[in-house]
Design a protein around this ligand. Structure first.
Ligand code: NCD
Length: 327
């Protein structure tokens, strides 16, 4: 398996955001640019009327072939706060149910004149394929086990906001890394910014090969907690598992769940993160998600401003990733 974010690292993709590697020839610069813009959109989001005319007349469509609560609402809120028109495509009520192909679906949407297509799909590679067919900018909202770049950007932003920056932080990503597009994008983004990442999981929940992943690996959560600045928990993605990879959820929780006892082993300043949806009582104890250091609600809140920044950079700024914006 290739290094996370490596696909487009050398080139960047100025028109689309499919992978963290699309953020420019220097990924760290691209991320920093999104972070700086996000600061101003956080300010917009705090206004009594949280809306700016920046993308008036532009249309953003969400094309979701997989379930989602926060990502979809977050993109739609972001587009609306920038005054873009939004369209939502729900597979369950569309002609996909009548057998319409992905290509015909994309052509139909494009014919209506859209500027951005936000795609989520259970298969890795679908957003890249859609980008080859579409004139509009394509933003990956999660494809299979591959990537979820805006999640990684909002995670970087949240760490920067709550801990002053990502560089030098010791980040443990715990749990079902194998099936996690969030983990792949996060490893790419966190390491580009200079964090030290440790994957903590049983061997069955790690990718078959970690060649080229700039990470450490541990199978013992208890031993890494005391030296962790950010403990990032992943959901057991049972819908993506075709075989039993852990004996039981109870056993998983006993070894890898962030229980109250384990959370006490973290340094006082440590952040506890989760992309949602949480399975309380499995990867995280219900009470731990409410602790001082848990920033799970901040992640959701920051997601809107980060997606405003991404939409602005792709549709509104007239510049490319990593370039100076004229906002
Ligand atoms: C994640 C996803 O769908 O990839 N959720 C999200 O977008 N916030 C993680 C998950 O499903 O566990």
């Amino acid at each position: 398996m290739s290094r996370p974010g490596s696909g487009a690292r050398r080139h960047g993709d100025p028109r689309n955001l499919i992978s963290i590697g699309d953020l420019g020839p220097d990924v760290a610069d691209g991320i920093e640019e999104v972070m700086r813009l996000t600061d101003s959109f956080v300010e917009v989001s705090e206004r009594a009327i949280p809306k700016v005319p920046t993308l008036r007349g532009r249309t953003v469509v969400s094309l979701f072939f997989e379930d989602s609560t926060r990502t979809r609402l977050s993109f739609e809120t972001a587009a609306k706060r920038l005054s873009a028109d939004t369209m939502t495509f729900s597979v369950g009520t569309s002609s996909v149910k009548k057998g319409e192909s992905l290509r015909d679906t994309v052509e139909t949407i494009e014919a209506m004149g859209v500027d951005a297509i936000v795609v989520r799909h259970a298969s890795s590679g679908v957003p890249r394929q859609v980008a080859q067919w579409a004139e509009a900018s394509v933003i990956n909202a999660g494809d299979g086990w591959h990537e979820h770049p805006t999640q990684a950007l909002l995670d970087c932003y949240t760490i920067r906001q709550r801990a002053g920056g990502v560089a030098g932080k010791r980040i443990a990503i715990v749990g079902d890394v194998k099936h996690s597009r969030v983990a792949r994008s996060d490893v790419g983004a966190f390491t580009a910014l200079g964090a030290e990442v440790t994957l903590v999981a049983p061997p069955t929940l790690l990718p078959p090969s970690l060649d080229g992943w700039p990470v450490k690996v541990s199978h013992d959560l208890d031993s890494v907690l005391a030296s962790t600045d950010v403990c990032y928990l992943l959901r057991m993605q049972r819908e993506r598992m075709s075989e039993a990879l852990v004996p039981s959820l109870r056993e998983y929780t006993a070894l890898y769940g962030l229980t109250a006892r384990r959370a006490d082993l973290l340094p006082e300043h440590a952040l506890i993160m989760h992309p949602g949806p949480m399975n309380r009582g499995v990867e995280i104890a219900a009470e731990v998600a409410e602790r001082q250091g848990a920033v799970i609600v901040d992640q959701v809140r920051n997601g809107v401003a980060v997606r405003m920044a991404v939409l602005f950079l792709l549709l509104g700024s007239g510049t490319e990733w990593g370039g100076e914006s004229d906002r």
